[in-house]
Design a protein around this ligand. Structure first.
Ligand SMILES: [Zn+2]
Length: 168
């Protein structure tokens, strides 16, 4: 169970709506299952090079190459590394832990995509070196613009398992 305060919950939706049709992304921090803070992080995918894009699955990559940088940001995200490390520093100073990553899906359901799972597994391969506990992956779906949906998942061994999430 991931318990998210109503102000943070609403701000994530506001963040998703502000960037729509681009995907937004960010970090949630807290203690155990109670989220106490959140950080909006810039989605830098729009500025990524072809080499950096090579991490994406091949079917999607060939599509991505056809797209303008702006269009790329509509279908995927990559967090700005400097903002991430700044957030981690703040999280440590507050004595809490990084609990979740969030991002939005502007046209698809609140389920991890193939690319989301691939990125999560890549992160898992070096996560312990960063001394970060296993994050929950939160997805905000704006597929139905009037009724945003927020769901959370654990991603392990390339498999996503839903984690209950509550707005408190
Ligand atoms: Zn996604």
């Amino acid at each position: 169970m991931l318990s998210i305060p109503s102000d943070i919950w609403d701000d994530m939706i506001e963040h998703a709506r502000a960037l729509d049709p681009h995907e937004c992304c960010g970090i949630l921090a807290g203690t155990d299952d109670a989220i106490t803070g959140h950080y909006r992080i810039t989605n830098i995918l729009a500025n990524m090079s072809e080499a950096e894009l090579a991490r994406f699955d091949q079917a999607k990559l060939s599509d991505l190459k056809q797209l303008s940088p702006e269009e790329r940001a509509d279908i995927a995200f990559q967090m700005d590394a400097q903002e991430m490390s700044q957030a981690q520093k703040d999280i440590r100073q507050k004595g809490v832990t990084l609990r979740a990553f969030y991002h939005s899906h502007t046209f698809s359901p609140a389920r991890p995509s193939t690319t989301d799972i691939k990125i999560a597994m890549e992160f898992e391969s070096y996560r312990e070196k960063l001394n970060i506990p296993e994050p929950v992956h939160v997805i905000i779906s704006l597929q139905d613009k009037t009724t945003p949906v927020i769901r959370a998942y654990r991603i392990q061994d390339s498999t996503a398992t839903e984690v209950p999430v509550e707005r408190r």
